[in-house]
Design a protein around this ligand. Structure first.
Ligand code: NDP
Length: 460
């Protein structure tokens, strides 16, 4: 580094240290009120969608009309409502517990190489066991052989027990949230990477520990997002496709396309699991309700809503509809994967890489970790990262559109996923921008000047 640059960097470094010492989450009353509401609204939404699909053909209007009529016309509203909710079942709870324990054992004992996360604010570079693809393959082979091959259980078992599994997943999600909060107080894995904000509610919701672990490598975030969360995704779809076959005697082309799209996304995730170690979930988000309950309850139930919908409302796509949606989904996947690869490639090669056939353009940014040490990093400003600051999200949203559109447009419910992902990613852009601005200071401002749009050029 040239001396002049070093002085500039040291100034940025000193100011960043000052800032981080006083960095506080702005705990406003509306923020805390919305977090308190979300702790209950999110599970209620999952349960509500289950009820709508299971009892009212996934029609939100019909659900509302029937329940409102019961409320207005009978004294038996509460018993009726209770009957429409998912019920606790010992068998489903055992199945769910067995599933989590089995995935935990695969994570701990299946062989896999070591991947490394990004440097944490306290300066740790943590090792991770990367064996997700093997766990995904083994789980699916066992499920297919055990159900289709040996007939030990029905392939529609997940569909058939969906209500009981939902109850078990919610109980586990809340228990995990409380455990994570207690662990941060009593036996944190990396005490210098804790974030206590002074609000118990905020800390429970957004998490305190950055990388909670059991032992050296059993990582709560990587495990819960990847294993009970993302491995379940394709398994759930498969089971719902089997249920559709049992009901119709065939599997519709929309269900096949949905299984295909989701399988690409999931296999891509595990094939590139090493890349995932450097995404916001792992690098920046702390482990609280948002990730804990989100991974074990929200993800497997809400991300598979379309397959639940298609069992209740089979859709036969026309050849042109099928081809158009396939093209949109695959174009989205191409953008998603290439954009994410460009960032990873340029950082790994320290900027000496070709992007779209030309030398990568980068800003060499400096920042300081909480131990006072100065580091440098690269902000790519060419390729997809020169079009907008989060063009990778555009690819994701195109895929989401394809998943939803293949359910046709007769009901609102299957389109919830696109709405949710848009809100999630736009909120992520804002949170990320605030964090990067704090981390990189003037370097981030320079990046924003070079790449002014956040998501879609000339629009946002
Ligand atoms: P990004 O992969 O966009 O990572 C953002 C981080 O990258 C920033 O915090 C910053 O971190 C670094 N960065 C920002 N700008 C640049 C740049 N120009 N050059 C190099 N590094 C930069 O975000 P996510 O982790 O949210 O997303 C990863 C993928 O996962 C996306 O494709 C997204 O669509 C997908 N996703 C899917 C979700 C789902 O539920 N299906 C949910 C969330 C994401 P640093 O501190 O390292 O500089």
């Amino acid at each position: 580094m040239a001396p002049a640059t070093a002085t500039a960097a040291a100034t940025v470094a000193a100011s960043a240290v000052k800032k981080s010492a006083h960095a506080k989450v702005n705990l406003t009353v509306p923020l805390l009120a919305s977090l308190a509401a979300l702790l209950f609204v999110c599970p209620a939404l999952v349960v509500g969608f289950w009820t709508a699909c299971t009892h009212y053909q996934c029609s939100l209007t019909s659900t509302y009309t029937h329940l409102a009529a019961a409320y207005n016309n009978t004294d038996l509203f509460w018993p009726i409502l209770w009957q429409k909710l998912p019920q606790f079942s010992v068998e489903s709870s055992l199945l769910y517990s067995g599933w989590v324990v089995f995935q935990g054992l695969l994570y701990a004992y299946l062989p896999g190489r070591d991947g490394y996360g990004q440097q944490t604010p306290a300066g740790h570079v943590l090792p991770y066991k990367v064996n997700g693809l093997r766990a995904w393959l083994l789980t699916h082979v066992l499920f297919i052989v055990g159900s289709f091959g040996l007939g030990w259980f029905s392939p529609s078992i997940i569909h058939d027990r969906w209500g009981g599994l939902l109850v078990a997943a919610n109980v586990y999600g809340y228990a995990l949230t409380l455990f994570a909060y207690g662990k941060a107080h009593w036996f944190p894995s990396h005490p210098r990477d804790l974030r206590f904000t002074g609000s118990v509610l905020y800390d429970i919701f957004m998490g305190v520990e950055l990388n909670p672990r059991l032992g050296n490598k059993w990582d709560f975030k990587l495990f819960h997002n990847g294993r009970p969360g993302i491995i379940a995704w394709t398994l759930v779809n498969l089971s719902f496709a089997a249920a559709q076959y049992q009901q119709l005697g065939r599997v519709t082309n929309s269900m096949v396309l949905l299984n295909f799209f989701h399988a690409i996304y999931v296999v891509d995730f595990f094939y590139n699991e090493d890349w995932y170690l450097r995404t916001i979930d792992i690098v920046h988000d702390h482990f609280g309700f948002y990730l804990a309950w989100g991974d074990v309850a929200w993800l497997p139930f809400m991300y598979t809503l379309q397959s639940h919908y298609l069992v209740r409302n089979p859709v036969d796509l026309s050849p042109s509809g099928l081809i158009s949606l396939l093209a949109i989904g695959m174009a989205g996947y191409y953008i998603f994967r290439c954009a994410n690869n460009q960032k990873d490639l340029v950082r790994k090669a320290d900027g000496k890489a070709l992007i779209w056939g030309r030398p990568a353009q980068v800003i060499r940014a400096h920042y300081v970790t909480s131990d006072g040490k100065m580091h440098s990093s690269l902000l790519l400003t060419s390729g997809f990262w020169g079009i907008s600051r989060h063009f990778n999200y555009v690819g994701d949203l195109m895929m989401c559109f394809a998943y939803c559109a293949l359910c046709s447009f007769n009901h609102l419910l299957p389109h919830f996923y696109l709405v949710y992902m848009t809100i999630l990613l736009v909120n992520r852009i804002d949170r990320d921008s605030e964090r990067c601005s704090h981390k990189y200071g003037p370097y981030w401002d320079q990046y924003c000047q070079r790449v002014p749009y956040k998501l879609i050029p000339f629009i946002y």
